[in-house]
Design a protein around this ligand. Structure first.
Ligand code: CP
Ligand code: NVA
Length: 322
């Protein structure tokens, strides 16, 4: 639709020829330089946060947060993060929009773009994010889809960097389901130069297309079906739930399929004394034991906290404040 020629225009008003905004539907939508900048800004914001120094670099900016699925960490870390940056976040759960009543994602994206400065969305179908990004005139950030969880990967890479002082010579293992969190982690590890070995039950490996994207940004992970082989020499062992959101009907079958893939003291008993990572929520006694989660090797609370610092950095980066 053309704009009303009689209406005064401003530089911020949407036009048909404005540049495409930068969207982050997976971690490799960031260049290596973007990734380095986001991690560096996250360190800056984390330090400022603990020093009690204002870093309100996004005053008057608003983030819309669309959720088709539940969330504890993603919602609270983005919302609190926007407050700390001097902006505001609007929570839109499944009941709060017309999406469930048939308003297309594309229309929703166009309308939200007229109000807010960025959209974060958690969806089932990754295609919904692609459609949102195609129609939004503000940045769209993936807050988890069935295929990818790039915001989790940013926090995970930041946590690994904090623990090891860099990525060089860090070896990681993924044990468990090869879906969203694993897929983004695989691409993120390739971008960071972290050697990754993945062990999933047969049939649960990451998609070949994702492995190809990892290879395009560094070295593709080794993928197999043997947890003990994957964790050999690992400095980092990462797992995720066996039954993801939306898979509740597959629970019984998946519990059978994932037998032998639990991250427990026996699996981590090797000489390299790996740290244990989990995106949370954890299903204690399934993919990871209480003992591992409560041990000194677990860095899961740091991962959860670092969601906030890295997402603040991502928002500042995408909105031109860093
Ligand atoms: N890790 C993660 O995304 O947690 P939530 O589902 O609580 O947001
Ligand atoms: N794989 C999990 C990750 C939760 C953060 C899920 O999709 O439910």
């Amino acid at each position: 639709m053309s704009h009303d020629a009689t209406r005064a225009t401003t530089a911020d008003e949407p036009t048909d020829d404005q540049p495409t905004p930068k969207h982050v539907l997976d971690v490799d939508d960031l260049s290596d330089e973007d990734l380095a900048a986001v991690l560096s800004t996250a360190a800056e914001f984390k330090r400022a946060h603990y020093a009690g120094e204002s870093h309100a670099v996004l005053p008057d900016r608003t983030l819309a947060m669309l959720f088709e699925k539940p969330s504890t960490r993603t919602r609270v870390s983005f919302e609190t993060g926007m407050t700390q940056l001097g902006g505001h976040a609007v929570f839109l759960g499944p009941e709060n929009t017309h999406l469930d009543r048939g308003e297309p994602v594309s229309d929703t994206a166009r309308v939200l773009s007229r109000y807010v400065d960025a959209v974060m969305a958690r969806v089932f179908d990754h295609d919904a994010l692609e459609s949102m990004a195609a129609h939004a005139s503000v940045p769209v950030i993936n807050g988890l889809s069935d295929d990818a969880h790039p915001c989790q990967t940013l926090a995970d890479l930041f946590t690994i960097y904090e623990r090891f002082g860099g990525f060089e010579d860090v070896t990681a293992a993924w044990v468990g389901d090869g879906n969203n969190v694993a897929q983004s982690f695989a691409v993120g590890c390739a971008m960071a130069g972290i050697d990754l070995s993945i062990a999933t039950p047969e049939g649960y490996e990451p998609d070949d297309a994702v492995l190809a994207r990892a290879a395009a940004r560094g070295t593709a992970p080794e993928v197999g079906n043997d947890p003990a082989a994957a964790v050999e020499d690992a400095d980092v062992v990462y797992t995720d739930v066996w039954v993801s959101m939306g898979e509740e009907d597959e629970r019984a079958a998946k519990l059978d399929d994932f037998e032998g893939f639990q991250v427990n003291d026996d699996l981590l008993a090797g000489p390299d004394d790996p740290i244990a990572m989990h995106c949370l929520p954890a299903h204690r006694g399934e993919e990871i034991t209480d003992a591992v989660l409560e041990s000194d090797r677990a860095v899961v609370w740091d991962q959860a906290e670092n969601r906030m610092h890295t997402q603040k950095a991502l928002l500042a980066h995408l909105l031109g404040a860093r």
